[in-house]
Design a protein around this ligand. Structure first.
Ligand SMILES: Cc1cc2nc3c(=O)[nH]c(=O)nc-3n(C[C@H](O)[C@H](O)[C@H](O)COP(=O)(O)O)c2cc1C
Length: 154
């Protein structure tokens, strides 16, 4: 069965909630889905055929959430070749933070691109100033993502 892993970076649970809400959409599309709350580089590189969705919020001043910091550090320090990686990304943030809006998601996206990974479709940026519950934006986006990227395997 095709595998889809959701890597979560969250401080207050919003990004985890998004992961849990979109999980059934991928299951309906034929995937075995795992939500990963303590991501490591090894989990990313272990199965290169897996599709990866990142759900990552921003904290501090454009920083990664604490649970995501070790993974981000590994990506930075080890510079793995990620040419086989196909991923999507949902960044949670708040536009009142201006310059650091969705800073963590944007930095992650840029780093993955540097390492040769392929993003499928555009990055979704969920603005807490506009969308109270991030899954209200994420669920329709994932439905469209599955459709437009022809990700159905069932
Ligand atoms: C202390 C703090 C710092 C934050 N810093 C930023 C930031 O620099 N940029 C941004 O876009 N959002 C920032 N946010 C907003 C969060 O990213 C946003 O509320 C997000 O939905 C939280 O998701 P989570 O529940 O998964 O942690 C910050 C929120 C808090 C409480």
């Amino acid at each position: 069965m095709s595998q889809l892993n959701i890597f979560v970076g969250t401080m207050y649970g919003g990004a985890l909630d998004v992961a849990e809400q979109v999980k059934p959409l991928f299951e309906d599309a034929g995937y075995c889905v795992e939500i990963i709350e303590q991501p490591t580089l090894e989990m990313l590189t272990a199965d290169t055929s897996a599709l990866t969705l990142f759900c990552v919020s921003t904290t501090g001043n454009g920083d990664f959430p604490g649970n995501f910091v070790p993974f981000a550090r590994e990506l930075q320090e080890q510079s793995p070749a990620l040419a086989a990686l196909r991923y999507g990304i949902i960044a949670l943030g708040d536009s009142s933070y201006d310059e650091t809006f969705c800073g963590a998601g944007r930095a992650l996206d840029a780093r993955l691109e540097d390492l040769g990974a392929t993003r499928l479709g555009e990055r979704l940026e969920v603005d807490a100033m506009e969308t109270f519950m991030a899954d209200d934006a994420a669920v329709p986006w994932v439905e469209e993502w599955i459709e437009s990227q022809q990700l159905k395997v069932a």
